[in-house]
Design a binder for this molecule. Structure first.
Ligand SMILES: [Zn+2]
Length: 158
């Protein structure tokens, strides 16, 4: 999972932002809000080599951000494969992809809120979940948080 932390940091440095939607704009990924069935938060795909993501327009502020970060994870880590198909498939491979996308999202969202965590001596997954508004199950996808958090803190100079 260290590789994922590294990728997130590279992106933040390169584009000067840790906001998932802003990152998409800077990278030329089209973000579109659309009416989707309730059980689908969003999906990512590509059309003529241009990656795009569609977010459910009923999502609130935080869930939209979390979903955009997750879909960006799929685009960066897995290419712009159609993750609607991926998320409906229950094979081992699928859940590995989903875990990786969740881990990518968790790192990105934490980088955004790092200032809220800087004063904490010991950061737990519960703290991370509270600060980023990620579901606890999603925060738990990343193993070795302590180490990764140190990496992020070093990178941000705090
Ligand atoms: Zn997914």
């Amino acid at each position: 999972m260290k590789e994922i932390a590294k990728k997130v940091l590279e992106l933040i440095k390169k584009y000067g932002s840790s906001d998932p939607v802003e990152l998409c704009e800077k990278m030329g990924i089209i973000v579109h809000d659309h009416d989707l069935p309730e059980h689908i938060n969003g999906f990512a795909s590509s059309y003529e080599n241009i990656p795009f993501m569609v977010l459910n327009s009923s999502l609130n502020y935080y869930n939209r951000k979390i979903t955009a970060a997750h879909e960006l994870g799929h685009i960066i880590l897995h290419g712009a494969t159609n993750s609607v198909n991926l998320s409906m498939n229950t094979s081992f491979c699928t859940s590995k992809y989903e875990r990786e996308a969740d881990c990518f999202a968790a790192h990105l969202l934490i980088a955004e809120e790092i200032s809220q965590l800087e004063d904490m001596e010991c950061v737990t997954v519960q703290d991370i979940s509270m600060v980023t508004h990620m579901p606890l199950s999603m925060s738990l996808e990343c193993e070795g948080w302590g180490e990764n958090l140190t990496t992020l803190r070093d990178a941000f100079g705090i």
